[in-house]
Design a protein around this ligand. Sequence first.
Ligand SMILES: CC(C)(COP(=O)(O)OP(=O)(O)OC[C@H]1O[C@@H](n2cnc3c(N)ncnc32)[C@H](O)[C@@H]1OP(=O)(O)O)[C@@H](O)C(=O)NCCC(=O)NCCS
Length: 206
Amino acid sequence: MAIKITQIKPDFFDALAALQYDCFPHIPASEYFDQRHFESHFKLFPEGSFVALDDNQVVGFASGLFCDLDLNHPGHKLMESTGQGFYTTHNPDGKFYYAVDLGVHPQYRKSGIGSQFYNLRKALVEKYNKQGIVAGAVPVGYSKFQKVLSPGEYLKKVASHEIYDATLSFQLKNGFKILSLLSNYVENEFNNSAALIYWANPKFTV
Ligand SMILES: CC(C)(COP(=O)(O)OP(=O)(O)OC[C@H]1O[C@@H](n2cnc3c(N)ncnc32)[C@H](O)[C@@H]1OP(=O)(O)O)[C@@H](O)C(=O)NCCC(=O)NCCS
């Protein structure tokens, strides 16, 4: 399997929209990105949107935007900070890359594509001397534990490797740290919350 990762372009919009359904089978229909979202990402910040191809088939994506965020008072909602997913909030001068969307087709997982996306995001952050990468991470495995653990307790157990979470453990393995719990982040099975995760750019210079 020879996977190539490239920047978003109009040829990919239809396939990217279809791939959302394969990657996020459990999110509300209103949260899927469609062709209009990808067109906006392409116009506003193409360098921040990566697409994985197997020959000409789109098999993965990772996108985001530059923004400012006060890490000591980080409360925010996903849809507001991403311009309802259109990335109109992208600020080229922002201090951070906000990692918004990431998915790999189920048949292509566990072969390193997700980690390659993170490496490309890190390289982008280094290129533009940003302070780091932030994201609101929604764990996928909470529903099995929701009767016995609060979201905060669940995050602690994932952070200490007592619980493996296919999404959050993957992000921790890619160098991210959990900073705090974001309440009222987006509608989801994690009490509508998320973990604020952060990767600090070791090459950042003031
Ligand atoms: C999270 C997600 C993007 C990871 O993508 P991926 O391409 O499978 O990621 P990688 O292959 O880099 O890493 C996944 C695992 O495969 C392992 N792996 C990587 N290369 C491997 C290889 N050649 N052989 C065996 N395992 C490998 C990694 O070590 C990692 O192990 P872990 O699960 O123990 O952490 C993917 O599971 C996904 O799309 N999930 C649904 C959407 C989602 O949750 N997105 C994230 C939030 S927006």
